[in-house]
Design a protein around this ligand. Structure first.
Ligand code: HEM
Length: 127
């Protein structure tokens, strides 16, 4: 399957999504607002995020095939996500994308698409 015409395809498919994830999590771990929410063993989280973002951007449904319906807001409920933490997540993603060869207009499109869920996952008041 080529998934032509999707954002996934336009940014370069699996290799690019993997690259974004590899660049994103070190920034997340180093971020004082959100780093402490994540386990030290970040590999399993990276693998899940690779699978999720692949389908989120229109590629193969790797995450759903393995884990069923994403229910992402529910999966984030155990973690206190404040507006500041949602913004920190998006900032880490922006910084990761900045380190890739993805064309600027597609970076912006990716961030715009991720802002929806990031804000939707807010489940705690500002600290
Ligand atoms: C809004 C700020 C966010 C914070 C603070 C946050 C934090 C977290 C944390 C702490 C985990 C659990 C790690 C673990 O112990 O396994 C997690 C898992 C995950 N997050 Fe987020 N997240 C945020 C936004 C997002 C967004 C916007 C997406 C994608 C659109 C996303 C996708 C995922 C995925 C796919 C997982 C793995 C779920 C699973 O266990 O199957 N997150 N996130």
């Amino acid at each position: 399957m080529l998934h032509e015409g999707t954002l996934y395809e336009m940014i370069g498919g699996a290799d690019t999504v993997r690259d974004v994830v590899e660049k994103f999590y070190p920034k997340v771990q180093a971020n004082p607002l959100i780093g402490p929410l994540f386990p030290d063993d970040i590999r399993p989280v990276m693998d899940k995020q690779y699978m999720f973002l692949s389908q989120f951007f229109g590629g193969p449904a790797l995450y759903s095939d393995e884990y069923g319906h994403p229910m992402m807001r529910a999966r984030h409920l155990p973690f206190p996500i404040t507006p500041e933490r949602a913004q920190a997540w998006l900032n880490c993603m922006a910084a990761a994308l900045q380190e890739t060869e993805i064309p600027d207009h597609l970076k912006q499109l990716m961030l715009d698409r991720l802002a929806g869920p990031a804000n939707h996952f807010i489940n705690s008041d500002p600290s």
